[in-house]
Write a protein that binds this ligand. Structure first.
Ligand code: BG6
Length: 510
């Protein structure tokens, strides 16, 4: 396209609506027998194929210890797709996709297996036309990251030929604290250049999360009041009704704060609080996100402004739920947090003095993720006191899931002869406004990896800044006491309510 065409805004707008289709490429998944792979990655690959967004010769290679042939692997993918994919199963799509499926058996220190992987990829280049372009998806526990990337290097799998690419996709958790994250970054960057490393934070792949940017920067309505002059505080909640399920091995010793505050919730905070980026390019976004994450401060008194909890037995959805300490595989003396709440402040001109309260927990009242921007009360009220007692604070609530949309809460006159004002809300719901259903986060993210689009992937600096924020909290918790117990199916420990009450505020009950 000539520069002349590139300058035409109408043409640009039209171009951006064309589907972005991946070029010749393949995906290698390490940890392919795991839950994430079956429930999210395999279905996402199929959904992309079904939407016509993968190239005809796209190849999927599984690497694991199981004694499987290619056909066994294909069968596992088939079952996973049938059970978990978002779009309908179509035999012709499956037939084409399964042509490019291969399985390589081995452990991570098995040199022979990595040689086999290399020849498998070379064969796929010939038979499927993958063009040497491969992404290596590390869906494995972090302790294996160094080994796998070193093996990729040793066997020449990370070498990019002229005109082709090799990329590393890394699942969370990216480290356990700042130090381990830095060590991991060093290991990965020895093998892959920074622009070929894609760290997954699947929240960034969610439509509603990307919509934060559209809401803020494609409109004139919100940005003028998006600051300390109008905003009283911000609440970011990620509540889950499920317990830890079969993930004891992963979760115990990690806990809620490391599992989701360090990544998902701090990314939501960054998108909510950052300045407008110069463009929607990865570099521009990272610049703004790192700036705001770098300005985040913890309160001095961590006892008063952080809370951790652990679920005790209770009732959830009409069923009896066991407590965390009774879950299979959990050390009965475990001090792991399944609920975490922190108050953060952002030291910049826009946000000085506006607290951001983050909370997350398992086995809470219901599954809901939302960002609530709560506004100050009107500076003066001409109505007499009794007429506004049912009026709360104005709020803009970005409903990330499951009931995706945006709600604006404001006061309105109750019909009648007196001037009584009460809260009402205006709602935008995805389901009502759009006919397209939202793709799964992993569809978007896998496609972006294949296209080399990095804007929805946190960079090294963001990951490290996030650990810098969380580390002092974890250290404090380690040294002081243990998590407060809360009954399953409730909204967390009373200490969390007390934490906000101390500031004269209360959590929303979504
Ligand atoms: C993962 C966490 O990153 O996100 C899990 O490790 C959590 O503990 C999950 O359950 C929630 O994802 P979603 O997309 O269902 O909100």
């Amino acid at each position: 396209m000539s520069a002349h065409h590139g300058a035409n805004p109408l043409r640009d707008a039209a171009d951006r609506r064309l589907p972005r289709i991946a070029g010749p490429s393949g995906l290698v998944i390490f940890g392919v027998t795991g839950d994430l792979s079956r429930k999210k990655l395999m279905p996402a690959v199929y959904d992309l194929a079904n939407r016509g967004l993968l190239p005809p010769g796209f190849s999927l290679v599984g690497f694991a210890r199981r004694d499987w042939e290619d056909e066994d692997f294909a069968q596992v993918v088939h079952d996973a797709v049938k059970e978990h994919s978002r779009t309908a199963f179509r035999e012709e799509v499956w037939q084409q996709l399964s042509q490019g499926m291969r399985f390589v058996q081995g452990t991570f220190d098995d040199d022979q297996a990595f040689d086999t992987l290399k020849s498998t990829i070379q064969d796929l280049d010939k038979s499927q036309g993958t063009g040497g372009n491969f992404a290596f998806y590390l869906s494995v526990p972090p302790k294996f990251f160094p080994k796998v990337v070193q093996q990729l290097k040793k066997h020449g799998l990370a070498d990019q030929r002229e005109g082709s690419w090799r990329r590393a996709v890394i699942e969370k958790p990216f480290g356990h604290d700042l130090k381990s994250a830095q060590e991991l970054n060093a290991v990965v960057h020895e093998v892959f250049p920074p622009h070929e490393v894609f760290r997954i934070d699947h929240y960034l792949g969610k439509e509603t999360v990307q919509n934060i940017l559209a809401l803020r920067f494609a409109n004139t309505l919100f940005e003028p009041i998006w600051n300390r002059s109008y905003v009283d505080h911000v609440q970011i909640t990620m509540a889950e009704d499920i317990g830890i399920g079969g993930r004891a091995g992963y979760y115990d010793g990690i806990g809620a704060a490391r599992d989701v505050i360090q990544n998902h919730l701090l990314q939501l905070l960054a998108l909510t609080a950052m300045e407008e980026p110069a463009s929607f390019d990865a570099d521009a976004l990272v610049a703004e996100k790192t700036k705001v994450l770098g300005a985040v401060r913890l309160p001095k008194d961590l006892a008063a402004h952080t809370v951790r909890g652990q679920y005790a037995a209770g009732w959830q959805g009409g069923e009896k739920a066991v407590g965390y300490l009774e879950e299979d595989g959990i050390d009965p003396k475990s001090k792991t947090d399944t609920f975490a709440a922190v108050k953060l402040e952002i030291e910049n001109r826009r946000w000085a003095g506006v607290p951001f309260y983050l909370r997350t927990g398992k086995r809470l009242g219901r599954r809901v993720t939302e960002i609530a921007v709560v506004f100050q009360r009107a500076p003066h009220s001409p109505f007499d006191h009794t007429a506004t007692e049912e009026l709360g604070q104005n709020a803009l609530v970005i409903r990330v899931q499951p009931d995706e949309g945006v709600t604006l809460r404001f006061g309105s006159k109750v019909p009648g002869t007196s001037m009584e004002v009460r809260d009402v809300s205006m709602d935008f719901q995805y389901g009502e406004s759009f006919t397209e259903s939202s793709p799964e986060a992993y569809e978007r993210l896998i496609l972006d990896v294949l296209l080399g689009d990095a804007n929805l992937f946190p960079r090294t600096e963001e990951v490290e800044l996030s650990w810098k924020i969380l580390d002092p909290v974890e250290t404090y918790w380690d040294k002081h006491g243990k998590p407060a117990q809360y009954e399953s199916g409730t909204w967390g420990p009373v200490e969390a309510d007390e934490m906000l009450a101390r500031d004269g505020r209360s959590w929303r009950r979504p």
